[in-house]
Design a protein around this ligand. Structure first.
Ligand SMILES: *Cc1c(COP(=O)(O)O)cnc(C)c1O
Length: 361
């Protein structure tokens, strides 16, 4: 049913990979090294440990990570980190603060609340998840040790334009925005991101934290979730997700070759702006999010009626514009335009949206 030669995958995650990376994987699967597939090598083989070090160096360079931070490759996705940050860092704190801006920050708060007192400094519910709720230092609990926030709310399409200003160090879930902007490390205790949005395929989660924070874990922390254990073993405590880390390394290589974070930041600004412009100029499409909080990675939008949305999504799919349905929590449509989405994909989507509006408005 696909008429176009090209297919563009707007999935929110696992999301599209660069064509170059898929081609490289294809070549490496039967023979990565000495006739052996990358899927059948030991995580403790020199070749793989070398690859892991390479990935670490590239991340460090791409994100300008200072020497007093360490990089861990962990299991369990971002959701495991919702608990891990609480177990590893919050144990000795009486209270920590969470900024709630949508689905993922709320899920992170719920999980952390099992282990620690969570104070909510700002709640997006009060602004119907249309923008980032206003807050100041006065809204943060005076005894709070950390402030956790979700840099980009993948489902609601809300993104922090600037790093929050707090006296406390920050902990950020950057799963859906890492490598699309620089990170001001002096403000952070820890940043985590699972891989399947901007870093490759599901199965590995990157955790970047201050080395000075490695020794404050709750003694009941499971060893596989312990930052200290993972740091001491160079993330080789148990069997590493070898294939996802291999893909991550290819993604980082590809990102470096294109020009790194400055390249992706400029591209994200450019392609998201044209898509929002298309929505703003139309009388058929609307997006719920206020201009200053609009995500550059996930663009949610709706049509006039649910019936129209169903038809729009069906026809988009026939044109090779795939996975545009919104998350079941919010409905509507959503275009996820991560680093790997080619600019032509967004151009094709805009052309389709304009044509659909002309025919159906
Ligand atoms: C996708 C996503 C998650 C969930 O990640 P898992 O790896 O499935 O646990 C968490 N936070 C954000 C911001 C996400 O986009």
């Amino acid at each position: 049913m696909i008429h176009n030669h090209f297919v563009y995958n707007f999935s929110s995650g696992p999301a599209c990979l660069p064509a170059e990376v898929i081609a490289k994987i294809k070549a490496d699967i039967p023979d990565w090294h000495q006739g052996v597939s990358v899927m059948e090598i030991s995580h403790r083989s020199l070749k793989f440990m070398d690859l892991m070090q390479n990935a670490e160096h590239k991340l460090k360079k791409l994100l300008n990570i200072p020497d007093d931070f360490c990089i861990l490759f962990m299991h369990g996705g971002a959701r495991a980190q919702f608990a891990a940050v609480a177990l590893n860092l919050f144990y000795q704190s009486s209270v920590v603060d969470y900024l709630l801006t949508g689905h993922w920050s709320e899920e992170a708060r719920k999980e952390a609340s099992k282990y620690i007192n969570v104070h909510v400094a700002a709640d997006g519910k009060t602004v119907a998840y249309k923008s980032i709720p206003k807050f100041s230092q006065a809204d943060i609990h005076p005894d709070s040790k950390y402030v956790h926030y979700t840099d980009n709310e993948t489902i609601h399409g809300i993104e922090f334009r600037e790093t929050p200003n707090t006296k406390q160090l920050l902990i950020a879930d950057m799963t859906s925005s890492i490598l699309s902007k620089p990170i001001e490390w002096n403000k952070f205790a820890l940043v985590y991101a699972s891989a399947q949005k901007n870093l490759g395929i599901a199965g590995v989660t990157v955790v970047i934290l201050r080395k000075s924070l490695l020794e404050q874990a709750n003694p009941v922390t499971p060893a596989v979730m312990s930052y200290q254990t993972m740091a001491q073993t160079q993330s080789l405590y148990n069997t590493s997700p070898v294939f996802p880390i291999y893909v991550l390394n290819l993604i980082l290589e590809w990102a470096e070759q294109l020009g790194g974070v400055p390249y992706f930041e400029a591209k994200a600004k450019r392609i998201s702006s044209k898509l929002y412009q298309c929505i703003d100029e139309s009388s058929l499409y609307t997006t719920p999010v206020d201009v200053e909080a609009r995500s550059r990675m996930n663009v949610p939008f709706s049509l006039r009626t649910t019936e129209m949305e169903v038809d729009f999504l069906k026809r988009a799919e026939q044109q090779g514009l795939l996975a545009l349905q919104g998350h079941r929590v919010v409905g509507g449509a959503r275009a996820s335009i991560y680093n790997a989405m080619p600019e032509e994909g967004v151009d094709a989507l805009i052309a389709f949206m304009r044509a659909y509006e002309r025919e159906n408005n």
